[in-house]
Design a protein around this ligand. Structure first.
Ligand SMILES: Cc1cc2nc3c(=O)[nH]c(=O)nc-3n(C[C@H](O)[C@H](O)[C@H](O)COP(=O)(O)O)c2cc1C
Length: 171
């Protein structure tokens, strides 16, 4: 798809077919994560692809029982890595790490869309519970979950504010 069309047609998909993703496609999604820009190219982010049914169910419970999460063949758990960001101090840890993860995730969403795969960014979850479920080291903070699978729904585009409301040109 042409890139702007892809950007506009990506939707949060919350209903998935059970079909597994081909290994090659999973690799491409990993590449999309890794090739995003990052502050100082420090890449202060780590990702877990959870396929395990039991762990996916527990993660969904830790996300305010958003049950759809567990129905996705893969749940990507996207984490900041504070240990990598010491170069930029507090701003690095509190801001750049999250920006690094967010940019990776946006790449991931778009490559997924291009490959006909549906995703949703999930931010409403108990970080400590998810860390415990996956046994994450203390330097990692899970900040986004991304259930991922072939779509079993075709959501209508939600409203967006006008570009002139969102963007001010200063000349
Ligand atoms: C930071 C963030 C957190 C979100 N958290 C959730 C969530 O917990 N559950 C959910 O179903 N959708 C969640 N969403 C998805 C938004 O609801 C969705 O992106 C928005 O309604 C626009 O729809 P669209 O993605 O189809 O364009 C989240 C999105 C973002 C960016």
């Amino acid at each position: 798809l042409e890139i702007l069309k892809l950007v506009k047609e990506r939707r949060s998909v919350r209903k998935y077919l059970p079909d597994p993703l081909p290994e090659g496609t999973v690799s491409e999604l990993k590449e999309a994560l890794v090739w995003a820009p990052s502050a100082g190219n420090l890449q202060s982010r780590k990702f877990y692809f959870v396929f395990d049914e039991n762990k996916k169910t527990k993660i969904a419970q830790a996300a305010l029982n958003q049950d759809f999460i567990a129905t996705a063949p893969i749940v990507a758990v996207c984490c900041t890595d504070a240990s990598i960001q010491s170069r930029y101090g507090k701003r690095g840890i509190e801001l750049y790490t999250i920006q690094d993860v967010a940019l990776s995730v946006q790449n991931y969403l778009l490559v997924a869309k291009d490959r006909g795969i549906g995703t949703t960014v999930v931010g409403a979850f108990d970080e400590e519970r998810v860390s415990f479920i996956l046994g994450l080291p203390s330097n990692l903070r899970p900040v986004m979950l991304v259930p991922t699978g072939y779509p079993d729904e075709n959501p209508l585009p939600p409203h967006r504010i006008g570009i002139n409301e969102a963007v001010t040109e200063i000349k």
